[in-house]
Design a binder for this molecule. Structure first.
Ligand code: ATP
Ligand code: ATP
Ligand code: MG
Ligand code: MG
Ligand code: MG
Ligand code: MG
Length: 279
């Protein structure tokens, strides 16, 4: 950049580097999707095309940003977890958030007509807000993801019951809201089952659990001879050894297929079976 008398304005920029060695979560959320979903005739309470489109757009983001280790989505929101070692954009928050949000939005608009061929986009076009939050421990990160999945469960149970009362029970929104006021989870299960023969536990997993995106690969156990060699090398040159192994793992990860699944990410099982996600 050429020197000029105007250059001092650069110093007005505020540093926004995220804390090193922490898990960075970028969460985006659709702006005004209550209106947007009505405009495009999303089925209530859950439009499958809209969820598939969210997942496809998020998959695009995960594909383009290999530092993302896992993503979780529900409704009009998606959370992307950057590995704690991520150094993309020197971990500058505004760069990370704006890249995730614009990449996601670009895919969302690009793929729109595949999922909604009969409802072309017109202004106001879909847009998303975003933020970044650092989580210093694996426990904090897992609690964050659990928080989003519990939210998915609570909202979906409520919405499923609310819309059953309207669509199957003939109530209006005010009556349905009144019927559900002060009810617990068990009461909603009971309303669904006794009045509409709906067993909530048989609702599709994508609705009850939301969507998880990650690179699916199995770490191949090195054979025993190699294992001994590795141990010896570790003793001799611990740093170098772990570095080459890390490089190999990184390459393998980059090649792994990116999958979208609908699993419980609150219990240990999901994480125990995929140790590479948080290592
Ligand atoms: P804000 O801009 O504050 O986020 P919002 O209207 O987007 O406002 P949210 O709390 O984000 O509010 O709620 C998302 C809205 O989008 C809800 O009304 C929800 O029903 C609707 N929505 C999102 N995804 C779907 C879907 N797959 N099917 C039907 N409706 C959906
Ligand atoms: P970064 O991701 O770091 O921003 P970059 O390649 O986008 O990398 P910039 O400094 O933003 O680097 O430069 C923008 C690049 O895009 C330049 O190479 C510039 O020549 C090119 N470019 C932008 N707009 C035009 C245009 N209208 N016509 C021709 N080239 C363009
Ligand atoms: Mg919002
Ligand atoms: Mg929203
Ligand atoms: Mg939302
Ligand atoms: Mg540029």
């Amino acid at each position: 950049m050429a020197n000029s008398k105007f250059e001092y304005v650069k110093h007005f920029e505020q540093p926004d580097q995220l804390l090193p060695n922490t898990w960075v979560v970028v969460r985006l959320d659709g702006r005004g999707f209550t209106k947007f979903s009505a405009k495009h005739g999303f089925e209530k309470p859950n439009d499958r095309r809209a969820l598939d489109l969210m997942n496809a757009a998020a998959r695009g983001v995960v594909t383009e940003l290999p530092d993302i280790t896992i993503a979780y989505g529900v409704s009009d929101e998606y959370s992307f977890v950057f590995h704690k070692t991520c150094s993309l954009f020197e971990r500058r928050s505004s760069k990370l958030v704006s890249t995730v949000v614009s990449t996601f939005t670009a895919y969302y608009v690009h793929l729109w007509s595949t999922y909604f061929p009969d409802s072309p986009l017109s202004p106001p076009l879909p847009s998303f807000d975003g933020r970044a939050v650092c989580y210093p421990s694996v426990q904090n990160l897992r609690d964050y993801l659990s928080w989003r999945q519990v939210d998915c469960h609570i909202n979906n149970l409520y919405n499923t019951t609310f819309w059953a009362l309207i669509q199957l029970g003939g109530m209006d929104a005010t009556e349905a809201e009144k019927s559900l006021k002060g009810t617990y989870s068990a009461d909603k299960h009971e309303i669904l089952f006794s009045r509409f023969s709906v067993n909530y536990n048989n609702e599709p997993e994508i609705l009850r659990k939301g969507s998880v995106i990650f690179r699916d690969y199995e770490l191949v156990e090195p054979d025993s001879t190699q294992n001994i060699m590795l141990e010896v090398e570790k003793l001799a040159e611990p740093v170098q050894q772990s570095k080459t192994q890390a490089e190999k793992d990184k390459k393998k990860r980059a090649k792994a297929p990116i999958v979208v699944q609908h699993l419980d990410i609150i219990k240990d099982d999901f994480w125990d079976r995929r140790p590479w996600l948080l290592s």
